[in-house]
Design a protein around this ligand. Structure first.
Ligand code: G3P
Length: 216
């Protein structure tokens, strides 16, 4: 499973990129707004220059024509821009147009296997089931990831599953065990994935033993 960073925070993206563990970034209007990127074009271009992989930028209109226009504009910003489009009838229509133009789509706000199947049929390169938001309303969000991995595999569909709305490190393990192609992870959760108290205790003991030997 590959890991994308789910943020529009440039410092966090630089930090994660240095570790060599992320291969893409997903943004959305809320994340860009949270960072106060009034010049969102410049921000997305900067992100595209930091990470050599798919960078998702979301459309902010609801009609198919407007989505296609937004997508064509964003796709010119950098070769690695991927267009995030919500899973609606208009979103599917826009995705099928963009597929023919060679513009990659990450179908977002996916909450059911049926939505994910339609995303793949419309030509989306990626589909993002929102695990945490489903869990929030009492559904098993990860089951949608499992179902989509199975459905895409059954029919050799090339659409990749991005486990999104990841809320804690256990979601990452479950997504990897489910066979998700990608999990898009907030920076704080990436940091939690690294942490282990036994690693810290082990370093501390090795260093103090070394000091005892070398400072005799
Ligand atoms: O990138 C979209 C998705 O990951 C949002 O997550 O935490 O707002 O449900 P969240």
């Amino acid at each position: 499973m590959r890991i994308f960073l789910d943020t529009a925070n440039i410092a966090q993206i630089r930090s994660a990129a240095k570790m060599g563990v992320i291969s893409g970034v997903t943004t959305n209007p809320s994340l860009i707004s949270k960072e106060g990127h009034a010049d969102y074009e410049a921000a997305v271009k900067e992100i595209c220059s930091i990470v050599d992989g798919p960078i998702s930028m979301e459309v902010t209109v609801e009609d198919a024509k407007g989505m296609v226009e937004d997508a064509r504009k964003y796709a010119k910003w950098a070769p690695n821009v991927i267009i995030k489009i919500p899973c609606t009838a208009a979103g599917l229509e826009a995705t099928s147009v963009l597929k023919k133009e060679g513009i990659g789509v990450n179908m977002t706000l996916c909450f059911s296997p049926n939505q994910g199947l339609l995303a793949a049929l419309s030509g989306a390169a990626y589909c993002s089931p929102f695990v945490g938001r489903l869990d929030d309303v009492g559904h098993d969000g990860m089951q949608v990831v499992r179902d989509l991995v199975e459905i895409y595999r059954n029919y050799q569909m090339s659409t990749q599953v991005i486990a999104a709305s990841i809320r804690h490190p256990l979601h990452c393990i479950a997504a990897a065990k489910a066979g998700a192609h990608i999990a898009t992870v907030p920076y704080n959760i990436l940091m939690q994935m690294i942490q282990h108290p036994l690693t810290d205790a082990g370093i501390s003991r090795f260093l103090s033993d070394w000091k005892r030997l070398t400072q005799k």
